[in-house]
Design a binder for this molecule. Structure first.
Ligand SMILES: NC(=O)C1=CN([C@@H]2O[C@H](COP(=O)(O)OP(=O)(O)OC[C@H]3O[C@@H](n4cnc5c(N)ncnc54)[C@H](O)[C@@H]3O)[C@@H](O)[C@H]2O)C=CC1
Ligand SMILES: O=C(CO)COP(=O)(O)O
Length: 416
């Protein structure tokens, strides 16, 4: 689509700087540089500030291996996130910013890549500091479960901030992609109709467009106050955020993007596969091997589709799970080398809790599968549907110590 009337460029920022957050900032920064007609080059990356030591090879190393440095300063001075993505050089247009309000200032595109447990608080901190017509893309894998029901993070971010938010998810182990190894991903962006460009429209100043009421969130939530919200149209002096232009922000020669409109399918695939990956880790930890893993992956895929069809029936498409990277491919990669899989496997092999493994083995990185298993279970319980999702329920019960991993085959066997 032509950039009709566009005189401004999008300013892109990333909320998060973990293993995937830093990788997404690298990808976005490579693309903002490559597409100067669409994007400002600099990509700010919000860093949840912490003190780190630097390795001997770092130019900041002064002989004192215990000396602490601020992570954001290390990133800006050395172009390396030594804690969450060590060994990868970031483009110099990735700018680490420890203040979340500064990081989001004037950004038109916000890429959310935080562990899901930190999204709500971060949105509270951002609220009132973003452009009213900003747009979001959620790369977080998890679901937002509350008393009102289950929401996608794209929905809860959108509702909290009053912006449209899409989703990116795929078979994407961050460290491989950060090294430029080939992978695919799925981006769901279903832009509000008000963002589509009418050639006859006159260019209008950035501040002037008025808000319209649109559906922002899952209409199936029973008690939500956020069913619809005021959404500001993207001013015509910015390039449109069409599929074509959104793709240009994420697609790289080593990171192939497929654009879809099924935000629910993309988000649910990323969230639910983390429960499946725990199950795969449990059976692998027992030494049962690849056939056992394939069995839980097969059942896990079916439960993902069923969950989508039961609770997001108006929007989700089963083929998103079976045909796209965010579905079956993410189950395969996560059950082969993901952190949830690896930690679940170690917990069985060593006979210690998975939380202890997360604490000792991940150096601050976070598992999403354990909390997602609890959140999905509390939602299924509230719906009286635990028995309809035997694998998801078994993972929860194993985490609770109520079921043994050895019981998985019987539990997932269809009952007459
Ligand atoms: N690492 C991977 O291979 C992939 C991860 N994802 C998803 O991306 C999301 C983010 O994961 P990663 O970037 O890998 O993070 P991570 O697990 O590597 O790092 C944890 C992050 O949380 C931050 N943090 C800790 N306490 C915090 C607090 N109180 N408030 C805000 N932030 C805090 C840390 O600074 C760090 O940036 C997750 O939902 C994950 O499932 C998706 C695809 C691949
Ligand atoms: O989402 C991922 C791969 O697509 C990464 O999974 P883990 O969080 O289990 O490492």
């Amino acid at each position: 689509m032509a950039n009709l009337g566009a005189t401004k460029k999008h300013k892109v920022m990333v909320v998060g700087s973990g293993n995937w957050g830093t990788t997404m900032a690298k990808i976005a920064a490579e693309n903002t540089k490559a597409n100067p007609n669409l994007f400002e080059p600099d990509v700010r990356m919000w860093v949840y500030e912490e003190e780190v030591t630097v390795p001997k090879e770092s130019k900041l190393y002064d002989g004192d291996s215990e000396k602490k440095h601020k992570l954001s300063e290390v990133i800006n001075k050395t172009h390396e996130n030594v804690k969450y993505l060590p060994g990868v050089t970031l483009p110099d247009n990735v700018i680490a910013e420890p203040s979340i309000q500064e990081a989001v200032k004037d950004a038109t595109i916000l890429i959310f890549v935080l562990p899901h447990q930190f999204i709500a608080k971060s949105c509270d901190q951002i609220k009132g500091h973003i452009l009213p017509f900003a747009r979001g893309v959620s790369c977080t894998k998890g679901v937002d479960v509350s008393e009102s029901g289950v929401q996608l993070f794209s929905e809860s971010i959108g509702a909290k901030l009053g912006i449209y938010c899409g989703a990116l998810s795929g078979a994407n182990i961050a460290s491989e992609i950060a090294q430029g190894k080939y992978s695919e991903t799925t981006v769901a962006y279903d832009p509000p109709p008000m963002d589509s460009r009418q050639p006859s429209r006159q260019a209008s100043p950035t501040q002037s467009p008025s808000a319209s009421t649109v559906e922002l969130v899952n209409p199936h939530m029973e008690h939500t106050e956020h069913k619809s919200a005021k959404l500001y149209p993207l001013p015509i002096d910015f390039p449109p955020l069409s599929h074509e232009n959104i793709k240009k922000l994420f697609h790289r020669p080593y990171f192939h993007v497929r654009m879809v409109s099924d935000v629910a399918g993309v988000s649910l695939g990323g969230a639910l596969k983390n429960i499946v990956a725990l199950a795969a880790g449990f059976v692998d930890g027992l030494g049962w091997g690849d056939n056992a893993k394939a069995a839980v992956m097969r059942v896990g895929l079916l439960e993902e589709v069923k969950f989508g069809e039961k609770f997001f029936s108006e929007s989700v498409q089963a083929r998103t799970f079976t045909e796209e990277s965010c579905g079956v491919a993410d189950i395969i990669t996560s059950c082969s080398g993901g952190r949830n899989f690896r930690c679940a496997k170690m917990s069985i092999e060593r006979g210690v809790s998975i939380n202890e493994i997360e604490e000792t083995e991940l150096n601050g990185q976070k598992l999403q599968g354990t909390s997602t298993a609890y959140e999905v279970n509390s939602f299924l319980k509230s719906q009286g549907m635990e028995n309809e999702f035997p694998l998801f329920t078994a993972v929860y019960n194993i985490l609770e110590g109520k079921t043994k991993p050895e019981e998985i085959p019987d539990i997932i066997e269809p009952k007459d």
